[in-house]
Each structure stands twice: as structure tokens, then as C-alpha cells.
Design a protein around this ligand. Sequence first.
Ligand code: AMP
Length: 430
Amino acid sequence: MKVLIVGSGGREHALAWKCAQSPKVSEVLVAPGNGGTATEPRVRNVDVTAEDVAGLVALAKAETVGLTIIGPEAPLVIGVVDAFVAAGLRCFGPRQAAARLEGSKAFTKEFLKRHGIPTAAYATFTQDNFDEGWVRAQRTPVVVKASGLAAGKGVVICETLDEAVTTARNMFGGQFGSAGNEVVIEEFLPGEEASFIVMADGRNIVTMATSQDHKRLRDADEGPNTGGMGAYSPAPVVDRAMHERIMREVIEPTIRGLAKDGTPYTGFLYAGIMVHPDGTPNVLEYNCRFGDPETQPILMRLKSDLVELCEAALDKRLDQVHADWDSRAALGVVLAAGGYPESVRKGDVINGLDLAAKRPGKVFHAGTALVDGRVVTNGGRVLCAVGLADTVLAAQRQAYALVDQIGWPGMQCRRDIGYRAIARERTGKR
Ligand code: AMP
């Protein structure tokens, strides 16, 4: 069977690498892919972009693809799965109506509230009904969010109420295009974040291994927010009791609620959770796809066949399968281009990938391209070096041993990915 992976990031390289290991799979196509998927065994890039819905459907038909997995959110939010279903093709991901969980924060907040799922107190405004007085009555810090997709940049934590009012007005004024037509303003939640990712088939749920990512650019979680500078799995903050709580209070009511509302959810579902110091698992956001960079360390730990899991989901029999995990820890360090997350330079030759390939672990590509046989930088987040070892500390050492082989002008990375988990390992505390 041929599998098609849609997207071009590190997540898609990891999905393609994992699917290529399935004994059921003859070839994995990636549309459009990157420099890593271009050189991965049994994987082939195809020059169709992730948002070219008609082009993707035509590709899947022409190549008789048996299973398509959508990586990024944008094609899901514009309805790529609906188009595949209409053409009689098997495609793993939520349909457009269910993908609103990521496409509209206003929709999600209303959904969470209606179904009694814990989340920050909030209000939603448009330019026309914006109530500055309501904002000025809030406690600081306060969080202002563009409701639509804003490439991970539409969330601003405001230290003053003046800043909150200005931020909201800038969003209404088009700072994030139409994503800011609606703005969610919510209370700031203290606590520790964790990513909780599941596969759903409309009714049944298979949980992925837990993970935690580092969103800030610099060590000690300082500097601007990014798409993610590294991640590790498992996340010690999600112990057995917390896992049960998140399933019972967040994931199960969400999948049940969506089915009840007539928009059943099939696909990867990613809950961004803030674990309050009192133990409440508050939902910060939903993503309608696997996380990036969480996918890379999580799939390093997946022992089961991902293709079989996706097929079981499409056949609505996730209750009959389960995912087996390597008990070791995996940790991924993102290598970013100079200037990231602002403007980045592209086209620099990446050195040392051949040396890294000889070491334990795996280097997944994101913003890379293969030009004249050489791998060059082609985006903000360029690579993700993943280690897999008995402890988070050992996985971290393995990942940085890979990082230390690799270089190009301006390359940047954090040196402390996993520090919270490693501190917990040292003290033996949760
Ligand atoms: P989001 O895209 O909604 O997950 O927000 C991006 C990041 O902003 C999150 O990963 C959190 O670190 C932070 N954040 C979002 N909402 C809140 C909140 N209500 N309280 C504290 N931090 C938040």
C-alpha cells in the first residue's frame, strides 16, 4: 500500500519515517516534503503544496494511495479531509467542522464552557462589540488571543490593561489578518504546561505517550515564543493520576461532546494543558493535529505500526487496538536558523549531517531542501535532533551529541531542553 503524508515540517518527516517502517507499506509519498524526506529510504517527495486540496486529491487518485495522513492544521481547517472523503479516499484527520477546535478559539472556548471542561474564564469580542470597560475590570496579567489561525503568533500575555486594550485593537485592525476578527480575552493561568495527544475515531480514543515542549527561544524558557524549540516524552508532570484526570475531565467529554454536536472527531487531537498548582487540568488550546516538535520524540517511542493505528481509526475500531511504547525516554532539540522566529536566512549549506547519521538517535528535517545534492536551510526551524535512552538525561546527552556534529552560519538552539524533567529525575520528585 502507498501512504501519502501531507506537509513539509519535522512532524511530517517523523510521520513518513515511521510509516515507511510498516510492513504494509510499499512507498510513502510526502507532499511537498523537505530535504530529509527527499533522502529517507522508501520515501518520495511530490511537488504538491499542503493547501492545494484539488492537487492532493488528484495525486492520491493517480498514485492509488491507500491512506493519507494530514500533518499541519491549515489543510484540515480548509476541509481537505471532506474533499478526500467526497472522492472516496481514506484520509486520517478531522473534517472541517471538527477542525474548528483549532481554527476558532472563540468556538473552542464556547464548546469547553458548554461541556463543563476546565479552561480559563474568558470573553469573546469583535471590533463592534468590544467592551473596553470589561477588559479594564480584569486582573493582570491577562491573555489576549486572535481567534483564528495565526501561525502560533496570535497569543499575547499582557502585563498591563492598557497593553491588553491596545493588543486587542491591533488584532481587530488586521495585525493577524482575518484571524483577529474575533478576539478571546482570558485570565492568566499559573502552572506547568503539558501536551496531551490522542488518536480518536469519532468515539474511541487511543492515547499517545505524554510529552512536554519548550516554546520560548532561549534557555530557562526566556525570550520570544516560537513554534517549539524542543520536546521530550514522557512528561513527568502527567503522572498516572493526572493522566486519568485529563482523560476523564478533558479528552472524553470533548470527544463525546463533538459527537453529540454532530461533528464527530477522527484524527490526532492535541490538548495544550496547563496543570494548575491545585491539580486542575485546564485546556489552553486544542490543535487538530499532532504537535511539532512533539511528534518527533513521541514517534521514536512508538513500537506499534502507525499505519495500522490510523487504519483502525478510519474503520472506527480504535477500541480493538492499543499503542505500545518504548519505556525509554526520547528528547528532541530543535536547530533553528539565525534570526528565527523573526526573519530567517535561507540557503545555507548544513554541515555534519553525515557524521550525525553514524551516531545513535535520529535527526529529523523541517526547514531544509535538497539542492544539487546538498542539504540547505529552507525555513525557521531547520532540524530536530532526537535521542532515545533510559533516562531523560541520557536522551538529552544523546540528542546534544548529534547537535554538536551539525552546523551552519547563524544556527541557534537551546542547550537546556528537558531541564524540568531532568531536575525531577535528580530529586526523584514528580
Ligand atoms: P495557545 O496557542 O493558546 O496555546 O497559547 C500559546 C502559549 O501561550 C501557551 O502555550 C501558553 O504558554 C501561553 N498561554 C496561553 N493561554 C494562557 C493562559 N490563559 N494563561 C497562561 N498562559 C497562557
